[in-house]
Every structure is written in C-alpha cells, then in structure tokens.
Design a protein around this ligand. Structure first.
Ligand SMILES: NC(=O)C1=CN([C@@H]2O[C@H](COP(=O)(O)OP(=O)(O)OC[C@H]3O[C@@H](n4cnc5c(N)ncnc54)[C@H](OP(=O)(O)O)[C@@H]3O)[C@@H](O)[C@H]2O)C=CC1
Ligand SMILES: Nc1nc2c(ncn2[C@@H]2O[C@H](COP(=O)(O)O)[C@@H](O)[C@H]2O)c(=O)[nH]1
Length: 328
C-alpha cells in the first residue's frame, strides 16, 4: 500500500464546492438503509452502555436506526415481539455459537422475523460468520443481515458473496478498544483509509464502525464510502444512555465499557476492551440533532442537496494538522 493511502479521520479535509442551496435546512441528510429510510446515517453502537430497550423504542419512533446489543440473549425474542407489537422495526444482534443458531431456529419456528440482524463478532472474516449468514438466510430470508466486523476488501467481498446485505468495517478503532495493543492487528489509526479500500470493493452498503470523535467524521465516512456510521463513545454520555451516572469533583460522567472488556465478559479471557468514563452530555436528542445540522452544513459545503453528494468531493491529506493546536 502506498503511504499516501494510509490516513485517518484527523488527517483528511474535504474540499468545498460552490453552494447550490439557499439554506442548510434544504439539505437532506436521510439515507435508505435496508428496508427503511433514516433521518441521519448514524447508529448508536450495539454495546451495553450505549443502547437499551427504551432508547431503541425512542430511536425507532423518531426515524433513527438502532441495533440492539446481544448481551442479554434471553431477552431478545421478547424484545422483537414488543417492538413489532408497537409497529416499530426490530433490529437485533447475534453471535455465531451453536446456541445462536438455535435462537434463529426458534425465531423462525415462532414466525418472528427481525427487520435487521447484525452478526457481531470481533473477527468477522471467518467461516463461523459465513455459516451464520447462510443459516439466517435459510431460516429468515427476509431479514436484512449485517455482518462484521471486518477490515479488508477481501472480507467484505466474501461476506457479501455469502449473502450478507451489508458489512461492518472496523477492527480496533474504537475508544474502548485495546485490540491493537493486545494483538498487533486492526484498522486502529487508519480506519478511514481501511474504509476507503473496503468501500471500493463493496457492492452492498457498509457501516463504518468506530473512531468517530467529531461530527465532521460522519461526513468523512460518507465521503469514503459508508452508508451508515456506528458511534459508541460519542453517544454513551447521555441521559438515556444505559451506563451509570457518576459525579467526580462536581463533574458528571457516564460509564462506557468495551464489549470485549473484563467488565462485559465477567472474566479476564480474550479481553480486547476496557472500561472508561465519558463526559455527561444531556439529552441524546440534542446530540443527534446537532449531528444532523452539521451534516446539513457538510452537504452545503459539498455543493449538493443530498447526503450522497458528499461522496464525490475532493479531499486533501493534511497529516496531523487539522486541529492547528485547537480543540473544542
Ligand atoms: N470492532 C472491534 O474491533 C472489536 C469488537 N469486539 C466486540 O466484542 C464483543 C465480543 O466479541 P467476540 O469475542 O468476537 O465474541 P464471542 O465471544 O461471541 O466470540 C465469537 C466466536 O468467534 C471465535 N473466535 C475465533 N477467533 C476469534 C478472534 N480472533 N476474536 C474473537 N473471536 C474469535 C470465538 O471463540 P473463542 O472465544 O473460543 O476464541 C467465538 O466462538 C462483540 O460485541 C464484538 O463486536 C471485540 C473485539 C474487537
Ligand atoms: N476492540 C474492541 N472494540 C470494541 C469493543 N467494544 C466495542 N468495540 C467497538 O468499538 C465501536 C465503538 O467505537 P467508538 O470509537 O465510537 O467508541 C463499537 O461499535 C465496536 O465495534 C471492545 O471491547 N474491543
């Protein structure tokens, strides 16, 4: 790979085009993803400190995408029933072990079809994931299957060929992630460049997962081929976020932990995640609204009207200089 092809979010600036709208409110940030259209291309991470059932209900009611986590496995069937009884879409996560195959059988037998099923494991380029894709497609053929996580074009193509309707890209760029340190592998530090390579190979939608630190990183993900952006730490600090609220020296924080952390697993085995605190940020609706407004500005700078107009803008690589010493 040429060094110029290795970069991350902070190294890139998108280049403006002439504006063709009279107000940013004219810019349409919505995206069709699977069987539904959503307000913005942002989905809270399927992690225990980021999403729970009340938040999933609120997101679905307000035209935001969500993916429920898989860490209360026995509750998933009831969750699907409760969402569908309210005419809301059901979007769940599964693993790849034997009992997860049995869970898919159970759903099929009960005629319960989630709108979205995300296969969620650390190293998604594997026969175990391919077997799970085949199993879901055989038993629940109308569910939209998202498979991950992966970090290479080969993996994207192989999972797509196996029947995945979308793939999720990102091995180790997450804030609570220690995969790079523990294993030496991943896309941590060059997630945006990995997304670019994966998107070039993809024929189906991609979710860019991990490493989003500013709202502008969402626009950059869209530019480099994502259709949806999964966000953990930036959405973990809200009133509605499931993590505990703590006050330290008068400042409020929420707990955030990796899905492969000792805290999540209950044991120190194959740990690739850590526990941390994120600043409390109030109501999640305000943060999502700010993401939408900033994306509307991004579309206007792109010289477009619609989200995917961002895809065609030029960019420059400005290594590690974007902050100019500033932060906010
Ligand atoms: N996006 C990311 O960078 C990462 C995300 N995570 C998150 O942590 C959670 C737990 O993930 P995971 O440990 O995969 O889930 P599971 O514990 O469900 O493991 C998935 C299955 O894959 C097997 N496996 C084989 N090789 C690997 C490997 N290199 N990494 C992981 N599993 C492997 C596991 O067996 P065995 O356990 O016996 O090895 C197990 O059977 C998930 O939510 C995942 O998304 C975790 C790490 C990185
Ligand atoms: N390597 C690990 N990655 C993890 C773990 N738990 C979650 N994740 C990934 O992080 C993103 C969220 O990233 P953020 O930068 O927005 O905070 C999440 O969607 C997972 O893909 C983990 O324990 N280890």
């Amino acid at each position: 790979m040429h060094p110029a092809e290795v970069f991350d979010y902070e190294d890139i600036q998108l280049i403006p085009n002439k504006c063709i709208i009279d107000s940013r409110s004219e810019a349409d940030t919505s995206i069709e993803f699977g069987p539904h259209r959503f307000k913005i291309p942002v989905v809270p991470a399927n992690m225990e400190t980021v999403i729970n059932e009340p938040l999933a209900v609120w997101l679905a009611q307000n035209d935001y995408f969500y993916v429920m986590h898989r860490f209360q496995p026995a509750d998933r069937r009831g969750f699907i029933e409760r969402m569908q009884a309210q005419s809301l879409f059901a979007s769940i996560s599964v693993g790849v072990k034997e009992d997860e195959h049995a869970f898919i059988d159970e759903l099929a037998a009960a005629n319960l079809t989630p709108d979205y099923i995300t296969i969620d494991i650390a190293h998604g380029h594997s026969d175990a994931v391919i077997r799970m894709i085949h199993h879901i497609k055989e038993k629940l053929p109308t569910s939209f299957v998202i498979a991950g996580n992966v970090g290479t074009p080969e993996a994207v193509r192989e999972l797509e060929n196996a029947g995945a309707d979308a793939t999720k890209v990102g091995i180790g760029p997450g804030k609570a992630c220690i995969t790079k340190l523990k294993t030496g592998f991943g896309t941590g530090g060059w997630q945006l460049a990995a997304l670019r390579l994966c998107a070039k190979a993809a024929r189906k939608p991609i979710i860019a997962d991990g490493g989003i630190r500013y709202n502008g990183d969402i626009a950059k993900s869209i530019r480099f081929g994502a259709s949806m952006v999964m966000v953990g730490s930036m959405l973990a600090g809200h009133e509605q976020s499931p993590g505990n609220l703590l006050t330290i020296d008068g400042r409020k924080f929420k707990q955030y932990w990796g899905s492969a952390s000792e805290k999540q697993k209950g044991a120190y085995r194959n740990v690739e995640g850590k526990q941390m605190l994120v600043p409390y940020r109030g109501d999640i609706s305000q943060t999502l609204h700010a993401m939408q407004e900033d994306l509307q500005s991004s579309i206007s700078y792109a010289g477009g009207r619609n989200l995917l107009d961002i895809r065609t803008v030029d960019y420059v690589i400005v290594k590690s200089s974007i902050m100019n010493g500033d932060n906010y």
